[in-house]
Ligand binder design. Structure first.
Ligand code: FAD
Ligand code: DLZ
Ligand code: SF4
Length: 509
């Protein structure tokens, strides 16, 4: 029997991976590799690289214990060719392997590289996702607008999660209107479970510190879970302490409580340490046991079987050029403040500092602080995409690109978002405690200390008036603008222009 290679990528660390199921431990060889190309296509946060390398090494051991032969390439292996395909070819030559079995990667770059490999490659669907590309296509075909809400209902029906027969539990599909409370005075959840690095993790931290110590982001303290048992402990801890309030405060932000009631689970699900459906079942069981209200449970499950599946469907459907879209023609460079250069905007400095420290920011920080600012300031979406892909421990193209290019930057022209997610400082003030300690004044609409979000909000709306003024959800804002005195309108636009000019010249803002 000829030997085949089974490719397991850094985000495919699941016992039930489709490529492993299609292979035979008695005959085939698993290939895993830490390679310069994957670690370098963007300047990944050191915590992200350390998490993946540690989790990959532990998963390789787990496979060996389960009876697999594993060829594992460490980054500092002198024979390391530096690429996934290079490692496959090297291992194929060494073992006289005649083909490769792979689960479909979540990046077009790797899909293309596998297609071009001079070996037969059998690529199998990644069935850790609930919907296949064909199912998504069948749902999307012929629809003018691809609204997540309707797709989500299909996923509820398919999984049976929170269903009472063919009706949604509690009578409603979506409890989002209960989930927009402003920041509470106190957060009762103590935050994510933190793990002391063991010897295997310590060795990876040493390597990553040497090789990627200059990348943006703090490597230490490192406390992420790095195997599935730890990730499950992390989940148990969050279900017990965080889930019940997840819904209420999902959109709130507090400077000294970076995680609020969020699960910090994306990095574990995306790497394969936790299974998304299994996570949802555990959360639904907590609700059934009376440990969490329905608005929290439904809100969480919607993020996973709704949003997560929906963005995967869009990413695949839209194809490799999606990350290059720029429907609004934005061309400004990403300012240095995204990489930690000082800024007086407290919401931005807090979110970026948290990103640097933890390789994490929660959804509203990503969407309504850093994403909102980039969109208002007219930053080139490709640069915004590369930043998000680099700095978050849960970032892979399939999930990051639809969220950034589509949801946050409107660069896909409205496939995902029906209107751009832009706001003035008012929204940030309502949902956070950032503005109180800011050098800018959120109540100032013009003048030397006017909140930049206030100025840029109007600048954005006016420079894109032709596109958005007929949007029924935005007409009100244009009417407000038109009612403003003309000299005030001129002042707003002039001050916004000045701000953008200073920022583009590299001046601190
Ligand atoms: P929680 O708030 O506790 O939510 C639970 C889970 O729901 C998440 O772990 C995730 O698996 C899922 N989820 C929630 N929202 C989304 C969404 N919009 N798309 C897909 N899954 C979702 N998520 C990533 O996994 N990787 C990314 O690179 C990423 N980039 C983003 C960029 C921008 C601009 C925005 C607005 C959102 C992005 N998201 C991304 C979605 C979301 O912000 C993160 O999934 C979430 O913040 C992860 O933290 P958590 O595990 O604490 O999530
Ligand atoms: C993100 C990442 C990094 C930093 N390093 C590796 C690596 O060395 N080896 C590997 O197999 N995968 C790595 N990854 C993940 C991939 O770049 C890629 O994002 C996913 O496999 C896409 O699904
Ligand atoms: Fe951010 Fe404006 Fe509030 Fe300052 S005043 S924290 S810049 S929203």
């Amino acid at each position: 029997m000829v030997t085949r290679l089974v490719l397991v990528l850094g985000d495919q660390l699941s016992d039930g991976l489709s490529a492993l199921r299609a292979a035979d431990p008695a005959r085939d060889i698993v290939v895993m590799a830490e390679v310069a190309e994957e670690a370098g296509y963007v300047p990944h946060h050191p915590k992200k690289i350390a998490f993946l390398f540690a989790a990959m090494r532990k998963f390789a051991d787990r496979l060996r214990h389960a009876g697999w032969r594993v060829e594992y390439t460490a980054l500092d292996d002198p024979d390391n060719s530096g690429t996934i395909t290079g490692e496959l070819l090297r291992r194929a030559a060494a073992h006289n392997a005649k083909g490769v079995i792979a689960t479909q990667p979540g990046e077009w770059r790797l899909i293309t590289a596998l297609n071009e490999l001079p070996l037969p490659v059998h690529v199998i669907r990644d069935d850790r996702f609930i919907a296949s590309a064909e199912e998504f296509e069948a749902w999307a075909k012929g629809k003018k607008q691809l609204r997540m809400e309707y797709f989500y209902r299909e996923m509820r029906r398919k999984t049976g999660l929170l269903m009472e027969g063919d009706k949604p539990a509690g009578g409603k599909w979506n409890y989002d209107h209960d989930n927009r409370k402003p920041a509470p005075d106190d957060v009762t959840f103590t935050g994510p479970l933190q793990f002391e690095p063991d010897d295997a993790v310590a060795a990876v931290l040493e390597l990553v510190g040497q090789r990627f110590g200059n990348n943006f982001g703090s490597l230490h303290p490192f406390w992420f879970a790095t195997d599935r048992d730890q990730a499950q402990q992390h989940l148990d801890h969050w279900i017990a302490g965080g889930l019940a309030n997840f819904g209420d405060y999902q959109d709130a932000m507090l400077a000294d409580r970076p995680f609020m009631y969020h699960a910090l689970i994306g990095l574990y699900i995306n790497a394969g340490l936790l299974d998304p459906l299994d996570v949802c079942r555990q959360v639904a069981a907590a609700w059934q046991a009376g440990k969490a209200p329905l608005n929290a449970t439904e809100g969480f499950i919607r993020q996973i079987i709704g949003w997560r599946e929906y963005v995967r469907g869009i990413w695949y459907r839209e194809g490799p050029d999606y990350t290059r879209r720029n429907a609004l023609g934005h061309t400004h460079d990403l300012p240095g403040l995204y990489w930690g250069k000082p800024t007086d905007m407290r919401c931005m400095s807090q979110t970026v500092a948290q990103t640097r420290d933890d390789a994490y920011a929660h959804h509203i920080q990503r969407l309504m602080v850093t994403g909102n600012f980039a969109l208002l300031a007219g930053i080139d979406p490709w640069q915004v995409h590369e930043w998000y892909l680099a700095v978050y421990a849960d970032a892979y193209e399939w999930v990051e690109a639809p969220n950034v290019i589509g949801m946050s930057q409107f660069a896909d022209g409205g496939i995902i978002a029906s209107k751009p997610y832009v706001s003035s400082g008012n929204y940030i003030d309502r949902m956070s405690d950032y503005c109180g300690g800011c050098a800018y004044k959120v109540k100032d609409k013009t003048g030397p200390r006017a909140c930049p979000f206030n100025l840029l909000y109007w600048h954005f709306l006016i420079r894109h008036r032709a596109r958005f003024s007929s949007n029924p959800r935005m007409g009100q804002m244009y009417a407000t603008w038109d009612r403003m005195a003309e000299d005030r309108r001129e002042t707003v636009l002039r001050e916004a222009d000045d701000f953008l000019t200073r920022m583009q010249a590299g001046a601190p803002v």
